[in-house]
Design a protein around this ligand. Structure first.
Ligand SMILES: C[S@@+](CC[C@H](N)C(=O)[O-])C[C@H]1O[C@@H](n2cnc3c(N)ncnc32)[C@H](O)[C@@H]1O
Length: 261
C-alpha cells in the first residue's frame, strides 16, 4: 500500500532570546548522535513508557501539539492531527525523515517552547517527552503550553526530574552540570513547575522510582489565560510573511495559519 505523504514544514522567523539560541546550538550539536546515545535507555525503558503515554493519548480527540519533538521518536505512535515543534532544526530534520519513513502526515514547526506562536486555547492535547529538563525557563515554557491548550484539555508530560527521596538530591545536584553540558538538567522539580504554570495534576505515574514520571494534567475550565511573552508585534505575528519554508512545501499549511497569532 502506498501512502501519500505530504510533509508540511515551516520555520518561524527566529526569536532573539539568548538562551533559546544556546538551547538550539546545544541540540544542533548533538542531533547526529542523539538517537545512538539514547539507544540503551530506549531499549530498557523509554520505548515502553512512550507506548504507555500513547495508550493514554489515543483516547483523546482533536488537535495535538508535541513540544520538543526532537528527532521524532514519538512519530510512529502519533494519532492524526499532530503539530510537532522543536527549537533545533537539526533535530527536526531527523524528525521529518522519520515521518516520511513511517508515512505520517505531520505539521512541523521550528519554534521556541517559551514563545509559542499559537493563539491561546488552540489545542485539545499538548504533550512532551523528556523536554522540560532542557527548556531554559521551564515555568515560562509550561505557561505557554498551558496557554495554547484549550480549557478542560489535557497535557501529558513524560519527564525526568528530581526524585522524591531527599537522600538522592545531593547526587543529582552534583551531576547536574555534567548532564547540562550535553542537554538536559537532572535536578528540576518539573512536577511543581507544572502546577506553578496553572495545570492541575490529575494523575502521576512514578517510573523508575520517581526519577521519571508520566504526569497527566488538566487546564481547568475556569482558568484565566495570562498574556504570553511572545516577542513579535501583533501586526507581524498574524502575517504569514513571518514564516518561511523549512523543508517541503512553500505554502503555510492552512491549519497552522488559522492557529497562529
Ligand atoms: C532530550 S530531547 C527530547 C526529544 C524528544 N522529545 C524525545 O523524546 O526523544 C529535548 C528536546 O527539546 C528541545 N528543546 C529544548 N529547548 C527547547 C525550547 N525552548 N523550545 C523547543 N524545543 C526545545 C531540544 O531541541 C530537544 O530536541
Amino acid at each position: 500500500m502506498i501512502t501519500v505523504l505530504i510533509l508540511r514544514c515551516i520555520m518561524v522567523k527566529s526569536t532573539t532570546r539568548k538562551s533559546a539560541k544556546s538551547d538550539r546550538r546545544r541540540y544542533n550539536r548533538i542531533a547526529r548522535f542523539y538517537d545512538l546515545f539514547e539507544t540503551p535507555m530506549e531499549l530498557m525503558n523509554f520505548r515502553k513508557w512512550r507506548k504507555m503515554l500513547f495508550d493514554l493519548i489515543k483516547a483523546e480527540k482533536g488537535l495535538v501539539l508535541e513540544i520538543g519533538a526532537g528527532t521524532g521518536k514519538n512519530i510512529p505512535h502519533y494519532p492524526s492531527n499532530v503539530v510537532a515543534l522543536d527549537i533545533s532544526e537539526k533535530m527536526l530534520e531527523r524528525a521529518v525523515r522519520r515521518a516520511k519513513e513511517s508515512g505520517k502526515k505531520v505539521d512541523f514547526l521550528l519554534a521556541d517552547a517559551e514563545n509559542l506562536p499559537f493563539r491561546s486555547n488552540s489545542f485539545d492535547v499538548v504533550f512532551t517527552t523528556f523536554v522540560f529538563c532542557s527548556v531554559d525557563d521551564p515555568v515560562r515554557g509550561l505557561r505557554e503550553a498551558f496557554r495554547v491548550l484549550k480549557k478542560g484539555g489535557r497535557a501529558y508530560f513524560l519527564e525526568h526530574m528530581l526524585p522524591k527521596s531527599r537522600f538522592l538530591h545531593p547526587l543529582f545536584n552534583l551531576l547536574n552540570p555534567i548532564f547540562r553540558a550535553f542537554g538536559p538538567e537532572i535536578n528540576r522539580r518539573t512536577d511543581e513547575n507544572i502546577q506553578r504554570a496553572g495545570f492541575q495534576i490529575v494523575k502521576e505515574y512514578m517510573l523508575f522510582g520517581s526519577v521519571f514520571r508520566l504526569i497527566v494534567a488538566e487546564k481547568p475550565l475556569d482558568s484565566v489565560d495570562e498574556a504570553s511573552g511572545y516577542s513579535l508585534k501583533r501586526s507581524e505575528s498574524s502575517d504569514s510573511s513571518n514564516f518561511r519554508r523549512f523543508i517541503g512545501q512553500s505554502l503555510l499549511p492552512l491549519r497552522l495559519t488559522q492557529l497562529l497569532r
